[in-house]
Design a protein around this ligand. Sequence first.
Ligand SMILES: Cc1cc2nc3c(=O)[nH]c(=O)nc-3n(C[C@H](O)[C@H](O)[C@H](O)COP(=O)(O)OP(=O)(O)OC[C@H]3O[C@@H](n4cnc5c(N)ncnc54)[C@H](O)[C@@H]3O)c2cc1C
Length: 483
Amino acid sequence: MTNPIYQTVIVGGGFAGLFTALHLSYQHYPRTIILIDQHDRFCFKPLLYEYLSGEMDANQVVPSYAELLHRSGVIFVQDTVQAIDLHQRQIHLVSGDSYGYSNLVLTLGSVTGYFDVEGAQEYAFSFRTQADAIALAHHLRDCLQRAIQLNDPEQRRQLLTLAVIGGGPSGVEMAATLADLIPQWYIEMGGNQSEVRIVLVNHGKLLEGDINSQLRETVEKELQKRTVPVELLLGVAVTAIHPNMIEYKRDDQTSNLAVGTVIWTTGTNTHPLIKSLPIPDEHRDKHGQLKVTPTLQLPDFPEVFAGGDCTVNLQPSSDTQKSAEAQPPKAIPLPPTAQVAYQQGYAIASNLQSLALGDELKTAEVNLRGTLLKLGLENGVANIFNTVELTGEVGHLIRQGTYLELLPTPVHDFKATSKWLKDELFEQRSPKSMLKNLALGFFLFAVGFVGITLLISHTSKDQIQLKSSPSQTSKGKDRLLPD
Ligand SMILES: Cc1cc2nc3c(=O)[nH]c(=O)nc-3n(C[C@H](O)[C@H](O)[C@H](O)COP(=O)(O)OP(=O)(O)OC[C@H]3O[C@@H](n4cnc5c(N)ncnc54)[C@H](O)[C@@H]3O)c2cc1C
């Protein structure tokens, strides 16, 4: 057991936890920082599709904590948290070790939710971790290899049919990626790409109830433009998943679809460790997520901070802020996204530093700036402030560049971002020193239309559209551009 005096322990090294640790380190935080995660690698989830497809490698998408935290002063512990004792201020690990703390940061994320659909957990692939991506890629290649050896077209058809369950951003990105990737892999093995079927299954319309819903039209068009067009099975409820079959209901009528692969992209649940905490119901939402104060502390345990997907953080909506004099601002939950988690990590670190220095804590502010979606291999859409929409290869480059810029070390900053921008986007036309500034311009959305138009002329396939409505709300499970 370690000495709890002046020791800050962060449990969960995802977007919120890792960035809390890194910001603390940058600020020369005067206390010991311990980051605990069950894996030895940070998972940059928005780029997991690129890892599956081979468009990006493990160093970019799942860099090791050892590399990310090199010379940061942060102590990294690879272990699984088994129990959290908020009263005794102790973290118990599966290895048998325990850590005491003076301050704790809870950033454990969430887990997949299966809505009690029979067989979903057993027979559908989830897609949240490096291991998930490796297992899926392995299975897909195995299906293709088996298919190519089969003479029976029906059996081949089944193995070559992939169902993606969930029409939110993850389902759309997954279906679009597979609809380009699987035909490519199958052709390489000598197969006929027209036999591949990608079916996107959803209970309602695509992206319904999500901030990305204004991109529905673009998304539907892009899904049809993939190497094999994505088939949409909408307005159905998946009722069961069997080893080679999904069962679904529409208007009380049950049907089956024979498949070789099912990928589950919908539904999240509260992390079991978060559920187990002695926090009363009034300080949780209806799903059990933790409600935090504006300074991101737990109301019942102010020495504990929390952020990211394991919390529900209410912020005044921008619409109601304007009329705050007349009535109290309406609070809306921030969406469970990487951008929110990353910004909360920064806010938690600032408040921990203030606490250590005896300064006043500040309200965490999170800005929502736009949305990014992957819509196939080297294809994407970037929606900026709901005002400019960039699709095609340019949308893809902005999306990938934005995320690469967010990768947390100078090593990645230079090796990945600058090289990538240089090779792919600017083709050595600009002075080296300007590359980063230009990229940052995009990421901060300070780029003017002239710059964007110049960029567009790079390739005729891409499209730029100006949107009429500038309104920006944070409803739903949106995907947002990093700060
Ligand atoms: C495939 C996919 C694509 C996505 N794409 C986007 C996107 O394009 N844009 C966007 O904004 N958001 C996207 N998201 C959502 C985004 O990744 C999450 O909102 C974000 O990761 C939340 O950060 P977090 O720190 O709260 O949790 P996480 O990043 O999930 O981190 C939680 C950490 O806790 C660790 N952990 C959990 N349990 C334990 C334990 N018992 N012991 C030790 N460690 C533990 C985990 O290993 C993990 O590292 C995507 C999510 C997925 C799954």
